[in-house]
Design a protein around this ligand. Structure first.
Ligand code: NDP
Ligand code: 8X3
Length: 251
């Protein structure tokens, strides 16, 4: 199909990104799925078809590897209409006074620096095609919690960058949306806790959390809206999750 639109989804190997790849392909998009885990991308291509899904294996923090992978995209996938900046992570729940600065830098490098760099790289083409950008922020952008420190700050950056992009892109027709989920059961907590499966399972147990599919359905809806309509931000939570009060330390 000559008029099929093309999306690039970072972090397509797992969770929200993988579900978004599936949802967009089901809606008729061509998709470039990125990630470091080549085998997972190859399995997805085998399932969804090389005519619809193109894998691009690179670490988002490695701009040289990213540029080589993007330069090698087949002709059919080269004109990107939708960028889904999804790759990201949290590392640990340590309070700031005990935190590992290397983990902080990894989160900033991945969630912020790589995201802005890829966005800058793809923006000229997105402007040319009046495309769209969907950025994965989080409820952690708006609601601080102990141990969320740098993770929450990276997601606040993503939210504000998204809104600021809208100002810069006035008149271009490019749409920008910040998606801000609460608890979604993915590999997120496994990664955050250094691979501790029991810690991940116990967080989600009995909570009826959102799924990657829930968020993917939202991204697909945003992506397929008519071109005159921009969703600025969407905040989503499972019904089981809500707000607690401020903490007060008494003498
Ligand atoms: P997962 O851990 O399941 O998926 C994370 C994805 O990001 C993987 O595909 C991973 O690919 C990719 N990724 C991480 N680091 C890198 C890197 N350096 N280079 C390339 N790819 C990378 O988590 P989620 O699906 O939950 O997370 C997706 C996004 O949603 C994140 O930005 C997260 O902050 C956000 N989010 C998640 C919530 C949740 O509760 N789960 C709630 C709110 C927001 P690979 O390892 O193969 O490289
Ligand atoms: C992930 C949601 O609440 O663990 O962004 O920070 S939370």
């Amino acid at each position: 199909m000559g008029n099929r639109r093309t999306a690039l989804v970072t972090g397509g190997t797992s969770g929200i990104g993988e579900a978004t790849v599936r949802a967009l392909i089901a809606a008729g998009w061509r998709v470039i799925a990125t990630g470091r885990r080549r085998a997972r991308l190859e399995t997805l291509v085998a399932e969804l078809g090389a005519d619809r899904l193109c894998p691009a294996v690179f670490d988002v923090r490695d701009e040289a590897a990213r540029d080589i992978a993007l330069a090698a995209l087949p002709h059919d996938f080269a004109d990107i209409d939708l960028l889904v900046n999804n790759a990201g992570l949290a590392l640990g729940m340590a309070r700031a006074q005990e935190a590992d600065v290397a983990a902080w830098k990894t989160m900033i490098d991945t969630n912020v620096t790589a995201l802005v760099s890829l966005t800058a790289k793809l923006l000229p083409g997105l402007v040319e095609r009046r495309g769209a950008i969907v950025n994965l922020s989080s409820v952690a952008a708006s609601y601080p919690y102990a141990g969320g420190n740098v993770y929450g700050a990276t997601k606040a950056f993503v939210r504000q960058f998204s809104l600021s992009l809208r100002s810069d892109l006035a008149g271009t027709g490019v749409r920008v949306t910040s998606i801000e989920p609460g608890m979604v059961e993915t590999e997120f907590t496994l990664v955050r806790n250094g691979g501790d499966r029991a810690a991940s399972d116990s967080l989600y147990a009995g909570a009826d959390p959102m799924t990657g599919d829930d968020i993917a359905r939202t991204i697909r809806w945003v992506a397929d809206l008519p071109p005159h309509l921009n969703i600025n931000t969407i905040e989503l939570m499972p019904v089981s999750q809500s707000f607690a009060g401020f903490q007060v330390v008494r003498a």
